[in-house]
Design a protein around this ligand. Structure first.
Ligand SMILES: [Zn+2]
Length: 461
């Protein structure tokens, strides 16, 4: 426990406020518009963005304090901070109790952390949350995914503001988890294994999605699973002038050639428009390690006895992992070519029933229907559901068989997650709050196919 966490809550909030950079001078109409309303949604969003939760030293305590203080201003919300690993990795849970707590709850998830940023490559400092004259808010995390974290709370605030007595039928939870950007193993993975998570009785989850460059919102029903593959070849060393069989380099190059052919055949499908990037297995070389070092480079007249190469492999849920393992063992790193390999699987591939980690996007999933109704009620349009090319915490919920969709309401927005100059337009952010008002209202009032839900739940026990 840090000294800071032991301070009474108010003091911590004041400390946090004092630690924020001084307010930016009003240099444009957007800033002038917002500066007089310290408590408006844009100011609150910018204050959240100013908390540096980038790896490798994310300030989770400040982010949790800030969100807790905001949630405390919204009637009937209560918060709990969980420490599922170490005291420096808190997880914040916000709850809006429903009138029928026996119905499975809805969970809205967002992660507290972000990837690092290189300030020298940005137009504006990545943690100043600069609001430009055209309404763009520049900050690391503006799209990924501090926008949704604040929008969830803002939407509930609006629902309560328009009707103080409004109570959802189902309980609504919001989770703010640490460590997503480094795999979620000390964050969401621990959370779904916890007693606290089981007690929430979650029936449906909305997690982060990605920006859409068109007028339609994107929605994701699966992630790809990452594998880190390292292959190693060994062979007799020899003079650089000699030709002989089974040298380490020769064996490694044979494998690399085969793997590049496989990569081409996947990529050809994408190039021909027959599959999306995220629907094929990707195999990308990330390192080569061979050669004997000399003072000015490498020894050139010596063929080394060892060589290795590393690959980032991503498997869509439709891929057969056993077939992939066989391919690696028999073709890409076979013992008979004096090769060894190591696969590090970065997360689950199948759910508790052995089924691919996918959420159904048809009538078989009542939540899909309800989600569509909510988007329609918000006046929005959904693009064709997609598999996410990368990986999010959604996989840990899907592993439990809980229907989970990835969704961030950012349309007509360039995709800038993990990029320099990540920004979100102020109007897109404000529209997103409205979208969540509809989503939260429609989902939480779904009285549901309780029998299906109960069966799903029973089969998970
Ligand atoms: Zn994210």
């Amino acid at each position: 426990m840090s000294t800071r966490r032991r301070l009474p809550f108010i003091s911590a909030a004041i400390l946090l406020f004092l630690s924020l950079p001084p307010p930016l001078s009003a240099t444009n109409s957007h800033d002038q518009q917002h500066q007089n309303h310290e408590s408006d949604p844009i100011s609150r969003f910018r204050n959240y963005l100013r908390i540096n939760t980038a790896h490798p030293t994310p300030n989770y305590a400040a982010a949790v304090n800030y969100l807790t203080a905001f949630a405390a201003t919204i009637p009937t919300l209560y918060t709990q901070t969980l420490y599922l690993t170490t005291p420096d990795k808190p997880l914040l849970l916000v709850t809006w109790p429903g009138s029928n707590p026996s119905l499975p709850a809805i969970l809205f998830n967002s992660h507290l952390d972000s990837v690092p940023a290189e300030p020298s490559k940005w137009l504006h400092h990545p943690f100043a949350a600069h609001l430009a004259g055209d309404g763009r808010i520049y900050a690391r995390g503006a799209q990924d995914d501090k926008c949704i974290g604040m929008q969830y709370l803002e939407a509930i605030r609006e629902l309560k503001k328009s009707n103080l007595d409004y109570t959802p039928l189902r309980t609504v939870h919001i989770s703010y988890v640490p460590e997503e950007e480094i795999g979620g193993f000390d964050g969401m993975m621990k959370f779904v294994e916890s007693r606290e998570f089981k007690e929430l009785n979650v029936g449906f989850v909305l997690d982060e999605g990605q920006a859409s460059v068109s007028d339609e919102f994107r929605v994701f029903y699966a992630d790809r699973s990452p594998w880190h593959l390292v292959i190693k070849a060994r062979g007799p060393p020899g003079h650089g002038s000699r030709m002989y069989d089974d040298g380490a380099m020769e064996n490694l190059m044979k494998s690399v050639e085969m793997m590049m052919k496989f990569r081409e055949s996947s990529f050809d499908l994408v190039r021909a428009g027959l599959a999306a990037n995220s629907e094929v297995i990707s195999v990308n070389p990330v390192f080569l390690n061979a050669g004997i070092r000399s003072n000015d480079g490498f020894v050139m007249n010596l063929q080394p006895s060892e060589a290795a190469a590393g690959f980032d492999i991503r498997l869509p849920p439709t891929a057969d992992p056993d077939q992939m393992r066989r391919r690696i063992a028999e073709e890409w790193a076979p013992v008979w070519r004096n090769m060894t390999y190591e696969i590090t699987e970065k997360g689950p591939l199948r759910d508790y029933q052995g089924l691919p980690l996918m959420t159904a996007t048809d009538d078989s999933n009542p939540w899909w229907t309800v989600f569509n109704q909510a988007i329609a009620a918000a006046g929005g349009k959904l693009a064709k559901p997609e598999i996410l090319a990368s990986t999010t915490d959604a996989r840990f919920m899907r592993q439990l068989g809980i229907p989970t969709l990835g969704f961030s309401p950012m349309k007509n927005t360039p995709i800038l997650l993990h990029d320099h100059n990540e920004f979100l337009q102020d109007t897109v952010y404000l529209d997103g709050i409205k979208v969540y008002e509809h989503i939260i209202r429609v989902l939480s009032s779904f009285d549901g196919d309780s029998i299906t839900e109960l069966q799903n739940k029973m089969s998970r026990l």
